[in-house]
Design a protein around this ligand. Sequence first.
Ligand code: SF4
Ligand code: SF4
Length: 356
Amino acid sequence: MASYSRAPGQYRLMPTRLQERMPDGTTRCNLCLWRCRIKHGQRGFCQAHVNRGGTLYNLSYGILSSIGVGPIEDKPVKHFRPGTQVMSVGSYGCSFRCGGCHNLEISWGVTALDDLARGESTAAYVTPVRLVEAARRHGVDGIAFTYSEPAVWLEYVMDVSEAAHEAGLYTVFVSNSFVTDEALALLEGRVDVLCSDIKSLSDAFYRRICGKAHVDEVLASIEHAHRLGIHVETRTNVIPTLNDDPEMLQGIARWIHDHLGAESPWHITRFFPAYKLDHLPATPADVLWRAHDLARAVGLRNVYVYDDKGCDCAQENRPIADWLSEDPAVLHRIKKCSASCCGEDGVLLKKYERLD
Ligand code: SF4
Ligand code: SF4
């Protein structure tokens, strides 16, 4: 029986798929490369996983922050089912803290995840089956997990992907690739496309946005997905003064060429000022085109420049209830865990970034 058929009809905390009890009494989450070791009452770096009595649970299973429909090319993905439409969904929580993130409220989602942890959230809860039904009703060909890092929501991604495949839809995972090999193994056969950032080739750049990230780990994760047979396309958002060095950009292109192949698509997008990086200018178009030419010079054949587009941001257009044909009052009623296994403790709100 497919696992999504066991997905609860009502909101509840769902056991984290990759967890491991540690000798020091913590439980380790192995979804992303933070590998947070979490004590009872604490949440991991992404804030979306909580330890209750030694077991980790995902707070955000089925919780949607946004939905949109558009061409797959907008993810950006150009070499998989071109010309088709995809329904994009996202939740709350991310494994990175990018200074230029355009999606803060939903990507970091701190307020939304605190509300969930307190049992006070009115965010939309949508089962995998209802989401796939909505996708079919809107005539799309695929479902994309995007807007924040989907690895921190892997339980839902897996169940939706199974339901989507059963309905003949493809799936796209838009990621920072700070993901464990174990998580990738769970995505094999469920996710058709990985659209991954390569933000830089500098460890210092990655450490600014995620204290634990190393370039080599991110690149290894992308290559691993490629070897698993997942269709991979990569993207670099070029930020003035931070990752616009021509040598480094050519290095990214060379890495793609050597590890993913000369045909592997590379998308070069424009930075637009936001959040902590709002003092920087938008990237000049000639910098993007120079990166394009450098990539072509090392033999990369499919290089795309977007001088009008940055990240795959959620566009606030229609309310989630519209997409689902739901009564908004029902969809947004207060979410409390519908299971009783943890007693009346509530989800303790103590937060932390990481235990050493
Ligand atoms: S950041 Fe979240 S998904 Fe990543 S290891 Fe920590 S708790 Fe798990
Ligand atoms: S830019 Fe992407 S990876 Fe970075 S914090 Fe925002 S959602 Fe997360």
